[in-house]
Design a protein around this ligand. Sequence first.
Ligand SMILES: [Cu+2]
Length: 236
Amino acid sequence: MRRGSIVQLIVIGVLAGAIASAVALIPDWLPSSASREAGRIDFVFWFVTGICIFVFSIVTAVIVYAVWKFRVKPDDDSDGPPIHGHTGLEIVWTAIPALLVTAIAIVSAIVLAKDDAAGANPLRVNVYAQQFFWSYGYPGYRNKLSSVLRLPVNRSVVLTMHARDVIHSFWVPEFRQKQDLVPGIHATLHITPDKVGTYPVICTELCGFGHGLMRSRVVVMDSTAFEKWAEKKGTS
Ligand SMILES: [Cu+2]
């Protein structure tokens, strides 16, 4: 291969990579992040996106170069040259994707394990879903009930899911994780909110006529304000 061709391939690849990077980075694709788990999940997202842009650049460079250089005249009906396999190339294009997929698997496994580790003394909250509303119980605070999920900032929280009728799904975009609530199964979800604020709780499992309205709020507050609220008697 001539040196000029390699330079042309690299230029096309860099251009394609730059365009893809601009599409990935300039619009604000993700909701803001409000938990430690969200930060790690976003890291996996950007890690995979980076690999995708890298692969996209190479594929685009080769396709654009081939279309540009090897195009035949419209009236040329002759057969192309016979092509034989290339063992070296095949090994390379098998090994590189295998390495990339392994890297993604390792990074994801580490993030999953870290996101699931709730530590020794998490705050436990029961999440109750029923057509078509959410409620939250605090077993550590005389089973206080609330229609708003109030959480202290920077403390591990374990949510235990309770579906009272059909399947629902708990989702706070700013926390990134989703967890289905299946009647009879009490799955848990570990969250460590790290930003004070109010975020939406959304049901993401089509659960009936009022599904689209099945929303609630999570209020992340500083720990003294949370303790004060949690110690107060009565429901809220
Ligand atoms: Cu629902």
